[in-house]
Design a protein around this ligand. Structure first.
Ligand code: FAD
Length: 406
């Protein structure tokens, strides 16, 4: 019986396990390893960070998905994997051996070596970090009552990409709560964003990107563009304007600084000696590592090139789910016949929709631009569909965004 080990129970890993379980015929056993006992909807982390959704609304137990007849779930941290020895090392369990490995270890925050960013800015790449952001905001707001330092009411987001924009919208929704803790009015809470780009949201057309930026600004969020963060200190985000030859430093002062300038793939991928850049491997058409035919690299640790493109597809939950589905089919074929499927992985994006708070959004769905309340409804439907793809209808009923229909 073949041993398949899956590392990571995010969108890519859990989708692989879900599909493999459906195809199980006694020819393979699965071992799934994940740090936490739960899967989290990484696409909704900004809502937990802002406090507009509780953690429970975006997490669900992996045990609910796992079929113990086929899959053994180990809750532990992967410390390394060795593609030559075909072993995986874990923090608290014995090493695992495998015939086939699926690496789906997701993303980490990318600070590009900017001084002070790791020390003084808050990352938002998992549930614990998102909860820590919300707890931090409430604490500085509570402290404001004892010591009314105006910086306590300032929140700075470094990075106005897709994630930063979604976070700004959620924080704008959260203002009422923060103001209550600080004993001020919501408009006293100042949210600012700083980004090196001059044209934000490059994944959208000029008109749609402008609409999104203006939507966020209309909620009272300042957006400073063409501004490169040079350093973060305790309470200060220091930046220079791109065109400024003199490099005159400017600063935003705030007791809350959140880092959303980008993510890279899990560093364990680099440490395993794979040909990777910033934790991402360019996989073969079957989503395997070019040097290890029995190892799949999927989700945010993969940089998949479109057939005619120069740049890889953006890493998203949507492509991670598609990769998980493909890998399960390919793996079953390999186990049964010894060879890969005739067809390589083909991806067609359904679109991308960014939420700006609970009731507004903008983006592209099925080739059409969508804005405002309808876009928000579409976004919630996409979220419901992703829950369905992994967890089945039970999870959708439990956690689905049914406020959509109110
Ligand atoms: P992940 O979802 O990161 O899962 C990786 C799993 O591996 C996690 O469960 C983690 O705990 C586990 N893990 C990591 N390291 C270890 C270890 N050492 N040992 C054991 N387990 C480990 N995408 C979209 O398509 N649409 C969106 O609207 C969208 N919005 C987003 C909003 C935000 C705020 C963010 C942060 C991301 C958003 N994305 C969106 C991107 C999307 O979330 C990622 O592309 C997606 O999560 C990648 O899936 P994955 O399975 O590769 O990794």
């Amino acid at each position: 019986m073949k041993q398949i080990v899956v590392l990571g129970a995010g969108y890519a890993g859990l989708k692989t396990v879900h599909e493999l379980q459906r195809k199980a015929d006694g020819s393979f056993k699965i071992t799934l390893v994940n740090k936490n006992s739960y899967h989290y909807e990484a696409t909704d982390l900004h809502e937990v960070a802002a406090g507009t959704q509780p953690k429970e609304k975006i997490t669900y137990e992996i045990a609910d998905i796992v079929d113990p007849k086929v899959t053994t779930f180990i809750q532990d941290e992967v410390t390394s994997f060795d593609p030559e020895a075909k072993t995986v090392s874990l923090k608290n369990h014995d090493d695992l051996s495998y015939d086939y490995l699926v690496v789906a270890l997701g993303f980490v925050s990318e600070t590009f070596g900017i001084k002070g960013a790791e020390e003084f800015a808050l990352p938002m790449t998992n549930v614990k970090e998102a909860e820590a952001i919300h707890a931090h905001i409430l604490k500085v707001m509570d402290d404001y009552k004892q010591d009314p330092d105006p910086d306590a009411l300032n929140i700075v987001i470094a990075g106005a990409g897709f994630t930063g924009i979604e976070l700004a919208g959620a924080l704008a929704d959260g203002r009422k709560e923060y103001a209550k803790h600080a004993g001020v009015t919501p408009s006293d809470i100042k949210i600012s964003m700083v980004d090196a780009g001059t044209r934000l949201l490059p994944m959208f057309s000029d008109g749609l990107a402008e609409y999104g930026v203006n939507l966020v600004k209309s909620l009272g969020v300042d957006i400073i563009t063409d501004a490169r963060v040079q350093e973060v200190t305790d309470g200060k985000t220091i930046y220079v304007f791109g065109q400024d030859e003199e490099k005159t430093p400017y600063e935003l002062t705030a007791k809350t600084i959140i880092w959303t300038t980008g993510v890279s793939g899990n560093p364990l991928v680099d440490e395993a000696g794979l040909k990777a850049r910033r934790g991402r491997v360019i996989p073969t058409e079957h989503l395997t590592d070019a040097d290890h035919d029995n190892m799949y690299v999927i989700g945010d640790v993969a940089a998949v090139m479109p057939p005619d493109g120069q740049r890889p597809y953006p890493t998203t939950a949507q492509i991670a789910l598609a990769m998980g589905k493909y890998v399960a089919s390919d793996l079953v074929n390999v186990v049964k016949t010894g060879s890969h499927l005739n067809e390589g992985f083909v991806y067609k994006s359904l679109g991308t929709v960014a939420s700006v708070g609970n009731t507004r959004a903008f983006g592209v769905a099925l080739g059409h631009e969508t804005r405002g309340y309808m876009a928000s409804a579409t976004k919630k439907m996409i979220a419901n569909e992703s829950l369905f793809k992994i967890g089945g209808m039970k999870e959708v009923f439990k956690k689905g965004r049914f406020d959509l229909y109110h």
